[in-house]
Design a protein around this ligand. Sequence first.
Ligand SMILES: [Zn+2]
Length: 273
Amino acid sequence: SAHAAGGVREMARDDGYGELGKRFEEYLLAGIPALKKAGYNPIAFLGMIKTSGGVSTAKKLLASAEDTSYGFAKLWEKKKLDASVEFAVCLPWFRELFTEEELDRAEFRLTEHHFDLDQVHAAPVPDWCAAPTPEPPRAAGRPAAAPTYRQRVEAEEAAQRARPATITALTTDVVRSTVFRSLVLQRAGGRCENPRCGHPGFHVIGRNEMPIVEVDHVHGLKEGGPDHPVNMVVLCPNCHAVKTRGQDTAVTELRKLLAGIAQQRHEAAMAGA
Ligand SMILES: [Zn+2]
């Protein structure tokens, strides 16, 4: 029976997410010693896993009103984000346990902290995941590559086209794409994109552990500017204030400049530069 098989895998039990859910929980538990070695003893995190199981714990942390999971800030300080729950969630072989929204959130938190998502795809594929029979010519069990900027833009464009037009017509607030926002922040590396920024290199992390920058629509949505990365730039608070509250002449000039920057950056990212 299941009880007889206890022992080593005692904590990794079926929490409704099947075999893969158990593997995920095992992965989180196996990472605990590395966390402790990094000087972070995740007592509350362990308690959550014990109570709710690994997958539910990850889902709770991702849904949390806090912008980052418990311990994320500490791991970020120690440059150990590859030990975070967000990293585990993004691993190709665990992705099916999570919703698109959860995956977006996890990726967003990592990229906003300048974590290179390629590291997720460089992680060694576990034995249990590797295809048992050779599948030439592709390397067995190799995960699909991370979607590129271009692929994500095109997927979001398609999703927007599929969204019924009545939704935007009926709401007074303009619907903004969180995917595009996240892509633009990633494109900018979380820094001000104004080439004439008065504080180049400005980089401050806020209370929510996010860089203090703002994503701006060069041509405002209310004036009919598109909610699309080609019309979006990342600005530091000062440049953003100049653009929205500066003298007319300064604003006109800055807008022209930023329109060009948004287009250039977008095209470069689309080309994979
Ligand atoms: Zn700036």
